[in-house]
Design a protein around this ligand. Sequence first.
Ligand SMILES: Cc1cc2nc3c(=O)[nH]c(=O)nc-3n(C[C@H](O)[C@H](O)[C@H](O)COP(=O)(O)O)c2cc1C
Length: 353
Amino acid sequence: MSTESLFKPFQYKNLQLKNRIVMAPMTRAQSDNGVPTQQIADYYARRAASEVGLILSEGTVINRPASKNMQNIPDFYGTEALNGWKNVIDAVHKNGGKMGPQIWHVGDTRNSPDYPLVDMEKASTMTLEDIQDTIAQFAASAKSAKDLGFDVLEIHGAHGYLIDQFFWDVTNTRTDEYGGKTLKERTRFAVDIVKAIRAAVGEDFTIVIRLSQWKQQDYSTKLANTPEEMENWLLPLKEAGVDIFHCSQRRFWEPEFEGSDLNFAGWAKKITGQPTITVGSVGLQEDVMGAFAGKGTEKADLTELTRRLERGDFDLVAVGRAILQDPEWVKKVKEGKTEDLLDFSAESMAILY
Ligand SMILES: Cc1cc2nc3c(=O)[nH]c(=O)nc-3n(C[C@H](O)[C@H](O)[C@H](O)COP(=O)(O)O)c2cc1C
């Protein structure tokens, strides 16, 4: 099996990557009170040193009262947390890597052991003032990412968190300009965030957005049921300033619509003409949901992945658990040491190595 296609350089705007492999954003919740530690810097630097082309950070939150659902999720605002992130990006650069933070707001998934909501505090509909401030805080975090020296940034618009809650008709029942019957209307919140971020970071800085059809609240739901619906979702985001679409699936080989074997990243690229990132069970047999139920899974080969990459379906490939498990995953793949690749064990999720 040739993995050559994974090791071709990638260039877009200001972003130059030595290969096509992206570390997927993975929450570790080990940043003390929101401040990334030296251990976190070492964890990312280790992956940079082992040739991960682009690292996307764990979700890191904006300056809004309910933006995170675990205390030790890192903040992306405030002097202390931003100093912590400066230490991270400097360590990654020193080890030859490139990195972007994944900027996040958890929306009404806030209720958690760290932040139990009493009835009075139950998630309520955002006022227009809340919305305007949230947009402004996304832009402020984006500006900080650029100022700290990060190479890109990713907006977390997936998996049933705040931005995705606006996309989805089940959670967005607003009757004002941020709601609406069509997906295009419900994309307005994300569009306004992208525009504000673009204004804050300038034309050359690469903006990635992560999107998913699936929600943690419902794995089988779809926002776009046809390519036309997908156009109404993605084209406004492209127009607003998105550069790269990061298309989250649980299994990258699954076709998005009947009648074609293209996956989500394949359709997003075809529709927008922009670079896309695929993700979902790369190098592993079973999907990520098992991991949260404490299940490991065996390694898998990359034949189907490289077939699609060579065909031009997508430009970049994000890898989650395989790189969480093994900092040297990319190096081993590059050197053809397939026998040294590791199976995934769920215990590794608690270890920051
Ligand atoms: C421990 C863990 C934490 C995760 N945290 C995030 C996150 O913060 N943001 C996000 O967009 N996805 C998150 N994900 C999903 C991954 O980015 C990825 O999409 C998923 O694991 C599928 O890729 P894989 O099959 O290669 O692991 C997380 C996954 C894991 C295993």
